[in-house]
Ligand binder design. Structure first.
Ligand code: SAM
Ligand code: SF4
Length: 325
């Protein structure tokens, strides 16, 4: 459907859990967080019911995220349930990759069409410093397994910070021989992300161009999101940027988010939205839930204000593991 600023909303990101097997410095405190109780999370049946209603509003693309989505049991069953919904054209997954290799066959059987693997560095010590765990081999194994699947769209997500500059070039080089989009995502001041040194798109681009020469903007539209892409001479894949801080893309925003607790979140920055779990569990009929979804989408805020002083009363105070990125 079209929101009140004329944007067509056809993309739903679903966080299926707040739990994670890593503790990335920009996302979770070292001691972890108190996990939500299992019955606070939407069941797969509830999630599939909501997806069917979202599809009726015009949502065509779904992404599963978290926390770590593969840490929730039986995710392939959710993928196949969503895949069966008329109108849903693609189901993607954002994962840290640790459990990807073993779960990939079942996910593909369920109808998964794309996967984004988050990996900030190829250096073992730096990986451990950023994620506070030792999982580089598993993440790389997951990435390689995904790249070996014909037709599966694969992207790599890196959040560059002040101290991993030297690793940006080796990461980008993964796109030399593989049909892979390596994307650099500007750190957003959400939760713990507000306290860390960030790198802008311009800074990262300058570092890459010193090694690879000028990058050429890519004409093709790739994926459903706000990334913009460049080709590099001699590379099979491409380099992308998602730059919420320096290239605000709210005008073209096509997405809403469903948290693991069933809260429909209509802008990443704000806590505004609608508690759909309460509605579902109150016994509301489909028509009532659908009307609530449409009403929330209509009220989607015009834009984020990350670059202005923080602390507006409706600002997001949760960490990214609870929102899903
Ligand atoms: N655990 C999965 C993963 O890491 O891919 C999915 C959830 S994670 C919250 C989704 C994405 O959000 C990851 O690519 C992560 O790097 C990114 N992310 C987390 N905190 C962020 C922040 N403050 N700013 C920008 N991206 C962030
Ligand atoms: Fe876990 Fe992803 Fe957050 Fe890292 S970014 S702690 S992998 S949810």
């Amino acid at each position: 459907m079209i929101d009140s600023f004329g944007r067509s909303i056809d993309y739903l990101r679903i966080s299926v859990t707040d739990r994670c097997n890593l503790r990335c410095v920009y996302c979770m405190p070292p001691e972890g967080v108190e996990w939500m109780a299992h019955d606070e999370m939407l069941s797969y049946e509830e999630t599939i019911r909501l997806c069917r209603l979202f599809a009726q509003t015009g949502v065509k693309k779904v992404r599963l995220t978290g926390g770590e989505p593969l840490a929730r049991k039986g995710l392939p069953a959710l993928v196949s349930g969503i895949h069966a919904i008329p109108g849903i054209e693609s189901i993607a997954l954002t994962t840290n990759g640790l459990l990807l290799r073993e779960q990939l066959p079942a996910l593909l059987e369920g109808g998964l069409s794309a996967v984004n693997v988050s990996l900030d560095t190829l250096d073992r010590d730096q990986y451990a410093a950023i994620t506070r765990r030792d999982g580089l081999d598993e993440t790389l194994a997951g990435l390689r397994a995904a790249l070996a699947v014909p037709g599966l769209r694969v992207k790599l997500n890196c959040v560059p910070m002040g101290d991993n500059d030297v690793q940006l070039v080796p990461l980008a080089e993964l796109a030399r021989d593989a049909d892979l989009s390596v994307r650099f995502i500007e750190l957003m001041p959400i939760g713990l992300g507000g306290q860390l040194p960030r790198r802008t798109e311009a800074e990262v681009r300058a570092i890459l161009e010193r090694s690879f020469g000028p990058m050429v903007p890519c004409g093709d539209v790739i994926g459903a999101g706000p990334g913009h892409y460049f080709t590099v001479p001699g590379f099979r894949g491409r380099i992308g940027f998602i730059s919420a801080m320096t290239h605000q893309f709210c005008d073209g925003c096509n997405r809403v988010r469903l948290t693991a607790t069933g809260f429909l979140k209509t802008c990443l920055q704000y806590e505004t939205g609608r508690d759909l779990r309460a509605l579902l569990r109150s016994g509301a009929e489909d028509g009532t839930v659908l009307a609530a979804i449409e009403d929330a989408i209509r009220r989607k805020p015009a834009q984020h204000h990350f670059n202005e002083s923080a602390g507006q009363s409706a600002d997001e105070t949760h960490n990214m593991n609870q929102i899903g990125g």
